[in-house]
Write a protein that binds this ligand. Structure first.
Ligand SMILES: [Zn+2]
Length: 219
């Protein structure tokens, strides 16, 4: 009967010896804790309260992990039911339940770095987190390990870039769409540091459209 139950709920039974804390202690401790929490719900049907109890246990902070089980699995903390009940009137906007992604951890972006000391700008794209790519630029300048237009501008003119306010111009998940968008934004810069080769792949038939875009941006 137990074998039929394991097949039904798709779990595997592993036998352990009767009492051996080193191998079985953690799970026995967790079962004891689970039983205590279930008993706290009084006479109610334990099967009915089990889902909410498990949700509570998985979202609670675990000292030795320094996080919760839910955070390990989902990468973020879960909203448990009590969070949805506010004393004040709740907004009907569902976006309040979503935490916005911090600006510099966004991925698949086209970004613009501005010079603090002149109007020069640089447009680039990355599939990684924006902060990772920006730190890469900064490290290249610091160590002067890679020749790039940004490093050259910094070292030749002794200008500093506004690293804390890098603009996100566009987000595109697909590499080729990101390249097209990057090329368009490179072309629309008034004093871009990008090399001419960055826009060589752009067909000349786009020239008129881009000229109009530039004029719109300047007016
Ligand atoms: Zn500059």
């Amino acid at each position: 009967m137990f074998d039929a139950l394991t097949k039904l709920v798709s779990f595997k039974r592993c036998r352990t010896i009767a009492y051996h804390p080193e191998t079985n202690g953690i799970i026995k401790l967790w079962h004891r804790f689970l039983k205590i929490v279930l008993m706290c719900h009084g006479e109610a049907q334990q099967m009915d309260t089990l889902p909410i109890v498990l949700l509570g246990l998985r979202t609670c902070f675990t000292k030795d992990l320094c996080t919760s089980v839910a955070e390990l699995v989902y990468g973020t903390s879960l909203k448990i039911p009590c969070v949805f009940f506010f004393s004040e009137e709740m907004s009907s906007d569902p976006r309040i339940f979503i935490e916005p992604i911090p600006h510099d951890t966004k991925m698949n972006v086209i970004y613009k770095i501005k010079c603090n000391d002149c109007d020069a700008t640089y447009v680039g794209q990355t599939k990684r987190k924006l902060i990772t790519r920006v730190n890469e630029h900064r490290n290249h300048i610091r160590r002067n390990t890679s020749k790039s237009v940004i490093t050259d501008h910094r070292l030749d003119h002794n200008h500093e870039f506004d690293w804390n306010n890098v603009d996100i111009l566009d987000c595109k998940s697909f590499y080729h769409k990101r390249l097209i968008s990057e090329t368009l934004y490179i072309t629309t810069q008034s004093n871009g540091l990008n090399l001419k080769t960055d826009t060589d792949g752009l067909d000349r038939s786009y020239a008129d459209i881009l000229d109009k875009l530039i004029n719109i941006n300047l007016t």
